[in-house]
Ligand binder design. Structure first.
Ligand code: ZN
Length: 149
């Protein structure tokens, strides 16, 4: 909700949403929690200049985009063949966390990421377990579709 569509220079460290822990829960190799600006924020707030380097980073950033209700980023990173016309966020749902289970390249420009995302919907805990497919076009990764378990 914050920072949507802001020019890059407006994203300062005084903005708490930039320095708070990234919603995707990513950590450094030493187990230190990454700040939003050092994690998915690099891609969410800089779609034009800094694409996610691989499908896993894109997947994490898309989870964070759902948490932050950044529809523009979700649509931009959705492959054109599958992209929904519009997106709506359910106010009764609250995202609780992400766990990336598996990440593999399945070809020169294709990859799969398996993850579990947890959220609460109207007080009920829901576990979304999906294997997502990604495609790279002109150096940029896109989410194509996913198969739920
Ligand atoms: Zn992140």
């Amino acid at each position: 909700m914050q920072a949507r569509g802001l020019p890059e220079k407006d994203c300062t460290v005084s903005d708490k949403s930039q320095t708070a822990a990234c919603p995707c829960g990513n950590t450094t190799t030493k187990g230190k929690v990454l700040a939003y600006a050092a994690c998915c924020g690099r891609y969410l707030d800089h779609w034009g200049s800094q694409p996610a380097p691989d499908a896993k980073a894109l997947m994490r950033s898309r989870y964070t985009a759902f948490v932050r209700e950044n529809a523009a980023y979700l649509q931009a990173s959705w492959h054109a063949s599958q992209r929904p016309q519009s997106l709506e966020f359910d106010p009764a749902s609250k995202w609780l966390g992400l766990e990336v289970k598996d990440f593999k390249l399945t070809g020169e420009s294709t990859a799969e990421v398996e993850f579990v995302a947890r959220y609460r919907h109207a007080g009920r805990a829901v576990r979304l377990h999906e294997r997502s497919r990604f495609l790279r076009e002109e150096g940029r990764w896109y989410y194509v579709d996913g198969e739920q378990f």
